[in-house]
Design a protein around this ligand. Sequence first.
Ligand code: PLZ
Length: 452
Amino acid sequence: MSQHPFAVGGPALAQRRNLVTEIPGPASRQLLERRQRSVARGLSHVLPIFVTAAGGGVLIDADGNSLIDFGSGIAVTTVGNSAEAVVTRITEQVAQFTHTCFMVVPYEGYVEVCEELNRVTPGAHDKRSALFNSGAEAIENAVKIARHATGRPAVVVFDHAYHGRTNLTMAMTAKNMPYKDGFGPFAGEIYRAPMAYPFRWPGGPARCAADALGVVRDLVHAQVGEHNVAAVVIEPVQGEGGFIVPPPGFLPGLADYCREHRIVFIADEIQSGFCRTGDWFACDHEGVVPDLVATAKGIAGGLPLAAVTGRAEIMDSVHAGGLGGTFGGNPIACAAALGAIETMTKEDLPAAARRIGDIMLPRLRAMAQHHPVICDVRGRGAMIAIELVKPGTIEPDATVAAKVAKACHAAGVIVLTCGTYGNVLRFLPPLVISADLLDEGLSVLEDTFSQV
Ligand code: PLZ
């Protein structure tokens, strides 16, 4: 048992940054020692503190420090930690039953989540959904379904992509360290195309969309053959790879290309989905309608749940018993998802994400004017990042990104890094964060840049 007094999180927590010890404090340091002796080294952490409660835009640690949360547990607590509707629904469900396995005895909550997913994901066509436990598992299943529906083996993915840590999804993920190194051999029939990355596109951002589409066409034609491709899988805004927003026209062009060759277009909306980018899904910004959408993270207010949603004829091409898993669509996770989706709708969280972007983007652009290490400010809604380089060059500077992140942590603001080169700072606040906290977090970041 914890030696700390029982703490209650949720939106009622005092919304302020307040450090009462250094980071980490003595209680967290003690827990870190225990962690070191008991937890496998392969699991790392970003902050050396232990949480005891969280809610709104703050997280409380074992020493009583209150930190501003710009990470949301990697884009998960979109509705805030222990959000009211999530807690209410979980509490009711946990008292009724905790598990039957949907494949043994079904329950209404699972069906209701599928109905909601079919409603909120892009496109008005007839859809079906299937529920799983993690983002990687959703991607695995999306690929299974696309292969089954098309009878084709190949899968096209992109540079800087992140799709998970299982064998197939490691193969689909682009970055070696830390995700793939030493973990091969990887699943076959994965082909990688260059990502439309405006800031680093050799011909410049204006040519990026058309050039990148041309490369995909040529590469698939020469190396794979269109008729062998089951699916193209893309994050409509790339997450771990650096919050890369493709230029306008790229995603619609890719969707057209897939239609032309009867390739299943799979959007990995695991990080970008559920209101994060200022719309329900990142595909919505350009009216792109994927054949299949993989979701997870923000779907269930912090509980493990993931889904594949898509065209009825593709989803239903799989025989009964071909999809499933013991825990997929667990009733408590489903209750949480219904609470989260209810909160997103009632509180209009897409609008909240847009307001966050409207506050963050101008301030970060102003920071970039004063700090030439910031070479690019990008993102949509509350999925925002800054890329850092050696001033005057486009050479990535991961060292300065790590330093800024560490200084923010020490000052009580949780920020995360990302990017193939480790030189991107990303900001993913809960969408229920107050404007004051957001402002304060940005001021801390600004001070940090002046120090490093
Ligand atoms: N697809 C787009 O962002 C998870 C990974 C953290 P799981 N991203 C955070 C880490 O280092 O393991 C992610 C994602 C996109 C798939 C996934 C995988 O989702 O729920 O972590 O399996």
